[in-house]
Design a protein around this ligand. Structure first.
Ligand SMILES: [Ca+2]
Ligand SMILES: [Ca+2]
Ligand SMILES: [Ca+2]
Length: 469
């Protein structure tokens, strides 16, 4: 097995070398974009699943979770700024407004006719001891209104907005249906963001009780432009550049530079100036991230034009962007040219960590583009879907620019092979996929709407339940 891996790596190294020398004879920057990076279709899973509506009438639900041990509720973050508390197990599930942070957000959200926007309320996480301390956290895109804790902007250039992680507390921890104490709001982190795009914005606690925060490269394409490091933000470990990173912080600690959270002493870059918070780097837009009960950190990193990634993230890892898009080498083609993936190079350079699974946009060269952006999900840890137990469920947004959005649901099968999950009661899916949620029982919820944008109020929360073939 090891031998075979080595041979395969050698073959890839030789082909990459051949590609490189072909380029050098033709002059620099002569890489050719791949027309079909990953040939073939994604095969359907044998798991029979269906979708049961547990909430509707939302705008753009993007995150959902529950405090550990609270099996009665699911809290859903709607992008325009509302957190809804769903009462599970009753039919229909009533919902109540838990918190509204819309007044804190950039405004207006969703510009243009289709009201597309990546900003808003995009992350929500409950402290593992929520039952006793009542603490939870939000990730929001806010107007530039305070000095940032971290900025990559050159002097005199204004950021588009600021990414803010805020701590909140309920008034009576441990009591059922306790309201949020609005005066408890405490900003942990405020980070300048160069453009409206590539927030990242996921929050998740590990079994280590540390808060993980995903941050995108902050730019539009190729990780370049104003506010970008020369090598791209994602690859930069320059002091204070947190863009394109996964952070790991202790919200109960206070030894960070701004005194509002703690730096875990075992973080991989502790002691490196301005990089104490960084857990891993080399991400483009790690929009959705989750942490399994066993501590595995899963990130769906949205690709540029070619390859979508699922990453298993470990301390200190460099996940490749913008040197690679998936396992493929990436050419940023200078400030004026649009970058592209040009050669498969699995495992090389050895300093970069490849995704555990990847897929591209069309089944064949020139075929219809049916997938556009990975939406990271969760490991299924519930009881009712035997075939999914312990498997990572995720999907593709496939929302924008089509007459009818066709999001897709996937599951990682054996050897991390991607399989399609086709709901038996909803085929075609006919919705844009926006996120996933997990309740305290480990059951999973699909978050979606009709538009893939902030237009309308077609947002739904759909529970994954057993389906019938
Ligand atoms: Ca990558
Ligand atoms: Ca470029
Ligand atoms: Ca393909």
């Amino acid at each position: 097995m090891k031998m075979r891996t080595t041979t395969r790596m050698l073959v890839h190294a030789l082909s990459a070398l051949a590609a490189a020398s072909a380029c050098s004879t033709a002059g620099a920057q002569q890489h050719v974009p791949l027309t079909d990076p990953i040939p073939g279709a994604i095969t359907p899973s044998r798991a029979a699943v269906a979708l049961e509506t547990v909430a509707s009438g939302l705008v753009s639900p993007v995150a959902a979770s529950a405090p550990p041990g609270d099996r009665r509720h699911l809290y859903v973050a709607d992008q325009p700024g509302q957190i809804w508390r769903l009462h599970l197990g009753t039919n229909p599930q009533p919902r109540e407004l838990f918190l509204d942070v819309s007044a804190l957000l950039v405004s207006p959200l969703g510009v243009g006719d289709n009201r597309f926007d990546e900003r808003g309320l995009v992350g929500l996480a409950f402290h593992p001891n929520f039952d006793t301390n009542g603490l939870f956290y939000t990730f929001t895109a806010q107007p530039v209104r305070a000095n940032p804790d971290f900025s990559t902007m050159p002097p005199g250039v204004a950021p588009n907005c600021q990414s803010v992680v805020t701590e909140w507390r309920v008034k009576r921890p441990g009591r059922r249906h306790s309201a949020v104490d609005l005066a408890s709001a405490r900003e942990l982190l405020r980070i300048d963001k160069p453009t409206p795009l590539h927030n990242g914005g996921a929050l998740a606690f590990g079994p280590d009780h540390m808060l993980y925060v995903s941050l995108g490269d902050g730019n539009t394409a190729d990780d370049e432009g104003a506010g970008q490091a020369p090598e791209g933000n994602a690859q930069s470990l320059a002091p204070g550049n947190l863009l394109g990173k996964v952070l790991r912080i202790d919200p109960l600690g206070r030894n960070a530079a701004n005194g509002r959270y703690g730096i875990p002493p075992d973080n991989p870059f502790v002691g490196k100036e301005g990089a104490d918070e960084i857990f891993a780097y080399g991400f483009r837009n790690p929009f959705r991230m989750s942490i399994a009960r066993d501590g595995r950190v899963f990130v769906g990193d949205v690709g540029q034009n070619a390859v979508e990634e699922v990453n298993l993230v470990t301390a200190g890892g460099n996940y490749g962007w913008r040197i690679k898009e998936g396992s493929f080498l990436f050419d940023a083609a200078g400030p004026d040219g649009s970058g592209f993936a040009y050669a498969d190079s699995p495992g090389l350079p050895a300093s970069l960590v490849d995704p555990i699974a990847q897929y591209d946009r069309a089944d064949s060269a020139g075929g219809p583009v049916t997938r556009v952006a990975v939406i990271g999900g969760y490991v299924y840890e519930g009881d009712t879907l035997r075939h999914l137990r312990g498997r990572y469920v995720f999907g593709d947004y496939a929302g924008r620019g089509q007459p009818s959005p066709q999001g897709q649901l996937f599951v990682l099968g054996r050897y991390n092979r991607i399989e399609r999950l086709v709901p038996t009661n909803r085929n075609p899916f006919d919705l844009a996929l926006l996120g996933f949620g997990q309740d305290a029982r480990g059951e999973l919820y699909v978050l979606a709407n009709d538009t893939g944008t902030l237009l309308g109020n077609t947002g739904v929360v759909l529970k994954l339940v057993p389906g019938r073939r």
